[in-house]
Design a protein around this ligand. Structure first.
Ligand code: NDP
Length: 387
């Protein structure tokens, strides 16, 4: 039987003897490793000690799927704390994301004594936004709260007052203002690419599944504040007003859903609305919890051309098509997924300077007040509401 051990040992010894020769030959050709200065246009993150430190409140579907991953590429924000009612999930996510400060809904106010938290991100069901925002502001922290801002305009006003009282910033997480495709569309509109806007249409909705956890609370008024208009219609409302750069002077609306559908005992399943601006421009919008597939589309009709965006407000694949005034063009913008880190960075910088965020509490209050007016009109079968 051959001595394989000896054979292998001899081969290894032979290779080891040859190695310095090969290295010497490489060096003779000038191939020697050495350091170089950093060149190129890198956007580098702040050192960790300079980043704003964030606590995340509510570790649900959107927090884990979209908001938390946004911190990975953030330049100015890092997570230091999780607030949750589920300790096992909290610990598991803490291990995965390097977060080790844990709070629950009962001891939440003690974040006031935690110097490792500058900002608080509220990602709870809507009916809890006002309470946790106000508690965080009273604890001396800046607050970014998810959309829609709160269940009522009265709650929104109380949140704004609490921010003023605490001398802290309050923002609403309207991510579309930081999404490259929509930012590009606004540049095109403001730059005159489609001429004067004459009409906007905005349609957003999906089919609500009463058996799916994150949809369950959306069908309960106490936790959701309202129905499809609160949850998904708000994208069309807020994005249209962002593009137009003005607020409506009157509106009308009608409910559009089967009234015998058992899902919609507490909140509306769909609305169509019409906003009218002082300069005569109209926005025609719709929202629904009872159509398929998931729809997110915006159309801006101008005197020279039309911008069509479908999808318009998703996380990862928004598009711009410009029709008219020449051949149809598909306009490229940056990666939509950067909207999450862009939003965190913008709020972090605003909080650090204690200056208002681009999408402040006042914008959230405006939108909830408009939705309340939309419901008032729909309740009367479509009467015009002056604003
Ligand atoms: P989920 O139901 O998935 O998560 C909500 C989390 O809130 C739960 O996981 C739980 O976290 C906590 N929570 C505390 N009390 C309650 C309660 N009574 N009922 C249910 N959950 C409770 O919802 P989403 O993640 O879909 O939505 C959360 C927020 O994010 C909402 O404001 C929503 O409008 C917003 N959102 C924003 C989106 C955007 O694109 N900007 C997209 C989707 C949602 P824990 O177990 O850790 O305590």
């Amino acid at each position: 039987m051959p001595d394989t051990t000896d054979f292998t040992r001899r081969k290894l010894l032979h290779a080891a003897a040859a190695a310095p020769l090969a290295l010497g030959a490489a060096r003779a050709l000038g191939q020697q490793a050495h350091g170089t200065p950093l060149e190129g246009n890198f956007t580098l993150p702040d050192p960790p000690a300079q980043k704003m430190r964030w606590a995340i409140v509510g570790l649900g579907n959107f927090a884990v799927g979209e908001a938390i991953p946004g911190f990975i590429d953030s330049q100015h924000a890092r997570m230091t704390a999780f607030v949750s009612g589920n300790p096992a999930k909290q610990k598991d996510l803490g291990t995965r994301f390097g977060v080790s400060r844990f709070y629950n809904y009962e001891n939440f106010d003690s974040i006031a004594h935690d110097p490792e938290i500058d900002c608080v991100y509220i990602i709870l069901p809507v009916g809890l936004h006002a309470e946790y925002t106000i508690r965080a502001l009273k604890a001396g922290k800046h607050v970014l709260t998810e959309k829609p801002m709160a269940s009522t305009s009265v709650e929104c006003a109380a949140m704004i007052a609490a921010a003023k009282q605490a001398n802290r910033q309050l923002g609403v997480a309207y991510r579309i203002h930081f999404e490259p495709t929509n930012v590009r569309a606004k540049q095109l509109i403001d730059g005159g690419e489609i001429g004067d806007i004459r009409f906007v249409s905005a349609d957003h909705g999906f089919n609500a599944d009463p058996n799916y956890g994150p949809h369950k609370w959306r069908l309960q008024k106490a936790l959701a504040g309202g129905g499809s208009m609160f949850d998904i219609g708000i994208y069309g409302l807020n994005t249209s007003l962002m593009m137009l750069g003005q607020d409506p002077v009157e509106l009308s609306a009608r409910y559009i859903y089967p009234e015998d559908d058992p899902r919609f005992r507490e909140v509306e399943g769909g609305v169509e609305y019409r906003l009218r601006m002082a300069n005569g421009v109209s926005v025609s919008g719709s929202s629904s919890y009872c159509w398929s597939p998931y729809i997110s589309q915006q159309r801006y009709m101008g005197s020279k051309a039309t911008i069509f965006m479908k999808p318009a407000t998703t996380y990862d694949r928004n598009t711009i098509s410009v029709e008219g005034n020449g051949p149809t063009r598909e306009i490229e913008a940056g990666n939509p997924l950067t909207q999450f880190q862009n939003q965190l960075d913008a709020f972090s910088l605003a909080a650090k300077a204690n200056m208002p965020h681009k999408t402040p509490g006042e914008m959230g209050l405006r939108d909830i007040s408009l939705i309340e007016a939309i419901y008032r009109s729909a309740d009367t079968g479509g009467e015009i509401v002056k604003l």
